[in-house]
Design a protein around this ligand. Structure first.
Ligand SMILES: Cc1cc2nc3c(=O)[nH]c(=O)nc-3n(C[C@H](O)[C@H](O)[C@H](O)COP(=O)(O)OP(=O)(O)OC[C@H]3O[C@@H](n4cnc5c(N)ncnc54)[C@H](O)[C@@H]3O)c2cc1C
Length: 368
């Protein structure tokens, strides 16, 4: 006889664990399966905005006990080759975390039953339930397995050969005492470097004793070349040490509205990167993962045990209420022809008004 639970969640990242925690708190029997054992790493800069902690009711003072929680009070922004413009908010506007710590903390505090090191291999419809790997049965399955989530594929998502994805790579490492002395990136002021063709940006995020350097681009061709040139530029300017690890971890994900996926099926629902919800300009995906996980939990609870597709439709409405219609995710800037954007980008990225009001307040911090 297969084991049974009320809701099975595939993927124990921020989307899956947030959903699991809310369902467990409402009294449901929840199992999270993840192909990795935790602590596991996830390629990510580890930048989060304060609403992530607020939604999860995490007290920063508690979280920083034994874990990295780097307060961020400003950003330095430039277009590669142009001047660096620093914005100081004088207060905490973001945090730096390490995914190996943060995700493990969220998963364990969800109280869900965990099956780790257990990839989802098969998903079969048996009556009104789903049978997973031939050994676990649930009437409701949440796909929280990231961009390549097998539940998303089951619902028809294309996960390869898709030119609408963001491809991103990063390396995160502990700075030696000598590297820490040399590194000019300040922990409270991460640095963002927009590519000249505006197809993405590179970053340096220093958090506690760690430095994360990476780049994400919507045009994934030659990402490694762009990244190599970016790192060499930083090193030639003595911003980062010359002896950083040369191995970069990469992953893909989709920005909200850029490649909409089918998010619902009978007894099936997608959250986080599996649903393609990351913010259009910044690529912030952790907040959308957490928020969609919580919204999904509310829709599952209000469905009251009837998990037919129509009974779960409130989830789609709550996503639109929260993130707006997918087709408008890029806002008015999407309507400006690329040649005009490229022509004005230099002066705009050199302006304190544009970097603060548009790049940071609007795109990265979603403050207005
Ligand atoms: C290089 C890079 C940098 C980024 N930087 C930032 C940043 O600084 N801030 C930010 O907000 N966002 C960032 N993002 C985006 C962010 O990482 C994602 O949006 C976020 O992790 C989505 O969370 P999730 O829970 O949906 O998926 P994930 O965090 O990807 O978790 C999915 C989980 O599913 C598991 N899984 C996958 N397949 C299976 C399977 N077959 N069976 C069982 N389990 C499976 C995985 O092991 C994983 O634990 C970055 C992305 C990249 C690639």
């Amino acid at each position: 006889m297969p084991d049974r639970c009320d809701v099975l969640i595939v993927g124990g990242g921020p989307a899956g664990s947030s959903c699991a925690a809310r369902l467990w708190a409402a009294g449901l029997d929840v199992v999270v399966v993840d192909k990795c054992r935790f602590p596991r790493d996830k390629s990510c800069a580890g930048w989060i905005t304060p609403p992530v902690l607020e939604h999860l009711r995490i007290d920063p003072r508690e979280h920083e006990q034994g874990r990295v929680l780097q307060p961020i009070k400003g950003f330095s922004v430039c277009r590669l080759g142009g001047p660096m413009v620093e914005t100081d908010y004088g207060t905490v506007v973001s945090y730096g975390i390490r995914r190996c710590e943060f995700d493990t903390y969220l998963l364990h505090r969800s109280h869900a039953r965990l099956r780790l090191g257990a990839p989802l291999k098969t998903l079969e419809r048996v009556g009104r339930a789903w049978l997973i790997n031939g050994e676990l049965e649930a009437p409701m399955v949440v796909g929280a397995g990231g961009h390549f989530c097998p539940v998303a594929r089951h619902l028809g998502a294309r996960t390869s050969g898709d030119r609408t994805v963001v491809a991103a790579q990063e390396t995160e490492f502990k700075l030696s005492r000598e590297q820490a002395r040399i590194c000019r990136v300040r922990p409270e002021v991460p640095e963002l470097f927009f590519c000249e063709d505006l197809q993405g940006y590179g970053w340096c995020v220093r958090k506690g004793e760690y430095l994360n350097v990476g780049m994400g681009r919507e045009d994934s061709t030659r990402l490694s070349d762009h990244l190599r040139a970016f790192v060499e530029t930083l090193q030639s300017q003595n911003r980062i040490p010359k002896d950083i690890p040369t191995r970069f971890q990469g992953h893909a994900y989709t920005l909200y509205g850029h490649a909409p996926r089918e998010l619902l099926g009978d007894g099936l629902l997608l959250v986080g990167d599996a649903a393609g919800l990351a913010a259009a300009y910044s690529g912030e995906g952790i907040r959308a993962a957490v928020e969609s996980g919580l919204l999904a939990a509310e829709s599952i609870l209000s469905a009251g045990g009837n998990y037919e597709r129509e009974a779960l439709a409130s989830y789609l409405k709550s996503l639109i209420d929260r993130f707006g219609p997918p087709e408008s995710s890029d806002g008015w800037i999407a309507h400006i022809p690329t040649r005009i954007k490229l022509a004005v980008a230099g002066p705009l990225f050199a302006s304190a008004w544009f970097t603060r009001r548009i790049v940071l307040d609007r795109w990265f911090l979603a403050r207005n």
